[in-house]
Ligand binder design. Structure first.
Ligand code: DON
Length: 564
């Protein structure tokens, strides 16, 4: 070996040693990683992590902050799901704080006397509202796992509501897109309009009523929202406008701890949300159906892979319409649906050369894209993790602000089946299992998800996107692990989606090259190019020795950060 080669070898070893020291040093000072849809929410969360708060403290603070700075989806007037990993006890659990139908809800409440759907009834104003669960959910996860004083976790939100912040471009666009519907409600105009026009970029959004509502939560906890002045004003506002939510609905609302859905895919173990979300079961079905196939092409845009993924999605979404609903109301054959044997049977008629039309796929035997849901992912220095997806359904929910309370109400009732066979806002159809019943939770697609290899947590993922949430989450996992993409690519590269009905393979602009699209058309697919959807906020690492990375869909200008 020449002298030069020896020197080079020594230098390389020295550099590798320094890099590995750097990694260890970094790990020693690591305080957490976070990705959310809004920089102010991420900064609130970073501060909590830097002060030694755990992932749950951080999630509670972020949840309340987004209710202020991201009113199109961040909320206290909606509901959602949390997936939580507690490192000390290697314990994964989920919290269901999905909204519930009011006690006075009826199966046909959105139909006219001829049995037709009344336009917008399940989408706009007080009749569309389900009993909110977010405040109960955030407080329950804090009660069980929080460590910092609750005031410290709500104060940042109160400050931002009281002192206001500058309207940012995406909020301006969203207000503009919904202006006619928002303008129908005086309480909404009073806060989000100025001189008859929606607020513009740079104008200050001050939310004094919301700050007061948050202060009551800070002071009285759960009953600061589900009782007292807030509940009284909520009921009065609802009944006056023809709604049906009463103080009893609010008082009786309870979040529920539920076991996660768990499945394996090659050497990964995935934990996700069970019913009343359809996310975990559908992810399990989609991955199980793909498990026996050769995915070694290394390319998620290869038409053969798109074809297989789509075939699995079609079958899983067909089952969704037939079987899934609120597990407290309907029997769901969960274990069978997520079993490997069931998946094998389901995909047995897969033809690698031809698309099977959706009308030939029944259930097995056993848009408009808007910024209306949001997901955030957090890991802390102690190894705990939280993923939360929460929503008011459509952008700004039912568009109505509760008088004197300052927050938007959800229109989650639209996630029920108003009439069998009629598509909802996301084109989803369904039947009996998801019909409206008093105090039942509407079926959701929200899928906060954790991915492990062995005992090591490697990813917290989730996204908005209505029915497209499930395929978005599936692709984030496949692209990062199966196709070994960087986190930036796994999160930001264009996606595709199929939900059985309508029988259309949707793809984001740029997802498929002309040749790839033609190949799929030859196989029998109807393709439709659509604008960007979803908004992945993910923290992940490729292996336990690697540093955590965080990534927030760059098209939506959120913020992802690691904290040291
Ligand atoms: O729970 C659900 O599945 C829907 N309400 C989620 C809505 C949604 O993701 C809208 N986002 N773009």
């Amino acid at each position: 070996m020449s002298f030069k080669k020896i020197v080079l070898a020594i230098l390389s070893i020295a550099i590798l040693f320094l890099i590995s020291c750097g990694e260890r040093q970094n790990l020693r000072y690591f305080k957490g990683a976070i990705a959310t849809v809004h920089p102010l929410a991420t900064e609130t969360g970073m501060d909590i992590l830097a002060r030694g708060g755990n992932a749950i403290d951080c999630a509670v603070a972020v949840g309340f902050t987004l209710a202020v700075v991201y009113p199109q989806a961040g909320n206290i007037g909606g509901g959602g799901f949390a997936i939580i990993y507690i490192n000390d006890s290697s314990y994964v659990t989920t919290l269901d704080f999905r909204e519930k139908a009011p006690i006075f809800a009826k199966q046909d409440m959105y139909l006219d006397t001829a049995g037709n759907i009344i336009e917008n009834a399940s989408l706009l104003g007080h009749m569309a509202v389900a009993v909110p669960g977010t405040v109960a959910g955030l407080l329950e996860m804090y009660r069980r796992f929080g460590t910092l004083p609750l005031e410290d976790l709500i104060d940042p939100a109160i400050k931002l509501a009281d002192s206001g912040f500058a309207v940012y471009e995406i909020l301006e666009q969203e207000l503009e897109a919904s202006r006619d519907q928002l303008a129908q409600f005086e309480t909404t105009r009073a806060i989000f309009f100025k001189n008859g026009e929606p607020l513009r970029k740079g104008e200050r959004l001050v939310q004094t009523d919301l700050a007061e509502t948050l202060k009551r939560i800070r002071k009285y906890g759960r009953s600061g929202f589900y009782g007292g002045r807030t509940a009284a004003l909520f009921e009065a506002s609802s009944l006056e406008a023809g709604g049906i939510i009463t103080q009893t609905d609010l008082r009786e609302y309870m979040p529920v701890w539920r076991a996660p859905i768990v499945f394996d895919f090659h050497n990964l173990r995935v934990f996700s949300m069970g019913p009343p979300s359809s996310g975990g079961i559908l992810l399990a079905q989609i991955f199980n159906m793909m498990e026996d196939f050769d995915l070694s092409s290394g390319d998620p845009y290869n038409p053969l892979f798109v074809h297989l993924f789509t075939a699995a999605c079609k079958r899983a979404y067909a089952d969704r319409a037939e079987y899934l609903g609120d597990i407290d109301f309907v029997d769901i054959p969960v274990q069978e649906l997520i079993s490997q044997g069931y998946a094998r049977n389901r995909i047995a008629d897969f033809d690698p050369t031809q698309a099977t039309p959706s009308n030939m796929i029944d259930a097995g035997h056993a848009w408009r894209e808007s910024e209306s849901t949001t997901h955030f992912s957090i890991v802390d220095q102690y190894g705990n993790a939280v993923g939360i997806t929460y929503t008011i359904n459509a952008s700004f929910g039912a568009k109505v602000i509760v008088d004197s309370l300052g927050f938007f109400l959800n229109n989650e009732m639209d996630d029920f089946v108003a009439k069998p066979g009629e598509p909802n806002l996301y084109g989803l159809v369904g039947g009996e299992a998801n019909k409206i019943e008093p105090q039942k939770r509407p079926l959701s697609s929200m899928s906060p998800t954790l991915v492990f290899r062995g005992d090591s947590l490697l990813m917290v993922t989730g996204s908005p996107g209505g029915s497209k949430i499930i395929t978005t989450v599936a692709l984030s996992i496949l692209r990062y692990f199966q196709f070994d993409m960087s986190l930036a690519h796994a999160v930001n590269q264009p996606k595709y989606h199929h939900q059985h009905l309508p029988d259309i393979l949707y793809y984001e602009i740029g997802a498929l090259e002309k040749s790839e699209a033609s190949k799929l058309e030859e196989m029998g697919y109807t393709l439709k190019e659509i604008s960007a959807y979803g908004n992945l906020n993910v923290v992940a690492r490729k292996s336990p020795e690697k540093r955590w990375e965080a990534e927030s869909d760059r098209r939506r200008r959120g913020k992802a950060a690691t904290v040291y």
